[in-house]
Design a protein around this ligand. Sequence first.
Ligand code: HEC
Ligand code: HEC
Ligand code: HEC
Ligand code: HEC
Ligand code: HEC
Ligand code: HEC
Ligand code: HEC
Length: 618
Amino acid sequence: MIPRWKIISLSVGVFLFLLTCKTKSSDTDTTNYLNHHDSVDYVGIQACRPCHSDKYDSFVHTGMGQSFFHATKEKSVANFEGIEAVYDSKTDLYYFPFWNKDSLYFREFRLKNGDTTHSLVKKIDYIIGSGQHTNSHLYTENGYLYQAPLTWYSQKQKWDLPPGFENENSRFSRKLDVECVSCHNAMPVYTPNSGNRFEHIPLGIDCERCHGPGEAHINKIKSGDITDTSTSIDYSIVNPAKLSWQLQMDVCQRCHLQGNAVLKSGKRFIDFRPGMKLTDYFEVFLPEYEGDHSFIMASHAERLSESQCFIQSNNESNDKNVTCISCHNPHISVNSTPKEKFNNACKSCHTQESCTETEEQLKLNAYNCVSCHMPKTSASDIPHVAIHDHKISIPGNEESPSEEGVLIGLKSINNYNTSDLTLLRAYISKYEKSGNNPFFIHEAEKLLDAGNAEVKIHYFYNTEQYSEIIELASTLIPKECDDPWTLMRIARSYMHNEQWSSSEFWLDSLASLAPFNLDFNNERAIVKMRLKKLDDAVSILNILYELQPNYETTLVNLGRVYFLKDNLGLAKKHSLKAILLNPDSKDAISTLRDIYLATGDLKSLEKITKKLNDLSAN
Ligand code: HEC
Ligand code: HEC
Ligand code: HEC
Ligand code: HEC
Ligand code: HEC
Ligand code: HEC
Ligand code: HEC
């Protein structure tokens, strides 16, 4: 019999013209800036320092300048004296931060009747967050980047689980991807399709995130070619003040707009450069509720754009615009900016007399426009953190944040004319991120006709219509598909139908596209095990083990494959290592049970069966 995948690959030729995973992007960048060209490199903040030392000296003290650094005592703003371990009742685990010499460590432990039944210590490599609001903590394993389960909340002066961990404590396994790092840092060097592996992690947001890559500029100046920047533009570098108000907003919105970011086809988070149009790279979606006024921490840009000041100033008939830099000089921290700077910005468009509040009240508030019109309020997404609401409004006119109203839909907050394709993709990814709220997938269904093969596969994957996916897959050529997730979804659809050979075919193509992705390659090893290709599985898993020796899934699968190969010694070794990392790893414990069963170790068998039963009961 011819394996099914061969039939598929034969039929592929017929459809060659119809579909590939790739969709050609239609937008072209026509700009005058020399540093928009791919060949111009990032050079780092130290390269700018000699000639712009004034900017450098103040910038390094801003929140952005201190957004990311090694975990050192100087960098940390947290308190380590006389603190108690943070307890997570959901997982029954404690967390405790401590210094040993100059290195920061977190200990995770579990207590049972006063005895420590589990203890895991991880060294922390980086601190993310200047500490104006928080310090969160990251560690790396051979370049794979993870968030650790403790955060310091500066305003409340307390240690607690990081935002999001209170609902689901992912312990030491939360992967930090390029989307996250590229908002909190200078441009990282990311291993494509790896999920969370970085070849280079810089140390804080730098000049080039707002000015674009600097190589061309420095070469130009060094060659003696000097521009009179008071009358003209030096096109080797971007000065945001010289951009249109829309592009000015985009420089800051690249990072100060948080929601569900949907990349345009073929674009990556690292592709956007200052002076470009953000909607050519991604759009950011937020759910819209009836009468909802709550806001999230990084939504400064969205809130500002809802203000009458913004709406009525930023139109064709008006040449006095409002953007972030009307009030902020990003080289100087808000903490060192006198209040007058902000109030003067108000007064450049309004007079004090235009304020209809009573003189008495104004005086009480020291005529500080901001204190009433841009109050400090809690952000809805991050616990223990307060920021200034950037929707400039009449106090009291805003309804107080209601309990979640009726969900109306998703809206793109940086593009009023979003396409059906982008909206469809937003609904599908929001469905996944919302923990499968059916509203979003129903909205997606209405837009399905706008989808290409890749997006339809994503949709059918979420609606578990695997045969639809298999039908679409027959029109695709794996080698021309550059989206690893599409290949993965196809492979999983075959797995679902227990068509292991076809699944293997797609996973093998995926492996060459995403060789450093630990999860994808672990699934590939599992399929090889299903097909009884145990030696293939072992060699895949050993490569993954080399890449990241402390990855629970790899260890679990190594335990399993060695058990299947009757190598009980190695099976036990890897399973035990997995359990050290995660005392509740059901899969590793199951393998261990099978090993005890095979060796007739009844005492251990009884103990471990009880443990398994307890875990299943919880
Ligand atoms: C060798 C000295 C030198 C270095 C290094 C240097 N600059 Fe400049 N820069 C200048 C000079 C001189 C000017 C003004 C004249 C010009 O732009 O031709 C300038 C102008 C600028 C401008 C204003 C452009 C305009 O049109 O208003 C920006 C922005 C800028 N530099 C940013 C940077 C950044 C970011 C870096 C680091 C990547 C950097 N510079 C590195 C010398 C330097
Ligand atoms: C590369 C992403 C990125 C870009 C681009 C960016 N920001 Fe930020 N910004 C951040 C992050 C992240 C923080 C929080 C840093 C922290 O405190 O850890 C921040 C903090 C700030 C702060 C408060 C911190 C302080 O000390 O003042 C201001 C104000 C600010 N940004 C304004 C701007 C403006 C204005 C622009 C556009 C000209 C801009 N940002 C562009 C990511 C960015
Ligand atoms: C779209 C860009 C963006 C993404 C993606 C993003 N952040 Fe942020 N984050 C910001 C901005 C901007 C701020 C600052 C908001 C402010 O100061 O009000 C911030 C604030 C923070 C802070 C508080 C910093 C402080 O001390 O003020 C931490 C910690 C943080 N983010 C961690 C993360 C982690 C971890 C991820 C990834 C899992 C992430 N962020 C993803 C833009 C982003
Ligand atoms: C968060 C965004 C941001 C970062 C980071 C940033 N700048 Fe700027 N820069 C701006 C903006 C916005 C302007 C225009 C300010 C204005 O005129 O209102 C500017 C203007 C400039 C100018 C030219 C105009 C002037 O005022 O002299 C130079 C030179 C410059 N920046 C250098 C630097 C250097 C060097 C660094 C890093 C040490 C840096 N910038 C980091 C946003 C940024
Ligand atoms: C670039 C000009 C500009 C700046 C800067 C500006 N505004 Fe406005 N503002 C406007 C315009 C235009 C309107 C709409 C017409 C009006 O009500 O005057 C407006 C409206 C308002 C309103 C009425 C809001 C409503 O919902 O009806 C308030 C309050 C206000 N501004 C306060 C401020 C404060 C406080 C600041 C400084 C933090 C400020 N504005 C900065 C231009 C500006
Ligand atoms: C009308 C003036 C005004 C404009 C425009 C403005 N801001 Fe602010 N911003 C403020 C004031 C006032 C503060 C509070 C400063 C303080 O703490 O004293 C602030 C604080 C911040 C902070 C620090 C965190 C917080 O909320 O306290 C960030 C980040 C920030 N602004 C980002 C932005 C970004 C991004 C834009 C553009 C989308 C922007 N701002 C536009 C006035 C403005
Ligand atoms: C004590 C708090 C407070 C301070 C300080 C304050 N305002 Fe107001 N402002 C208000 C209130 C409340 C209203 C609405 C009053 C009403 O009911 O008409 C208002 C109304 C306004 C309006 C809208 C007028 C209209 O109806 O179109 C503007 C514009 C404005 N303020 C600007 C300013 C400026 C500029 C400053 C700083 C010089 C300032 N405010 C300081 C509380 C304040």
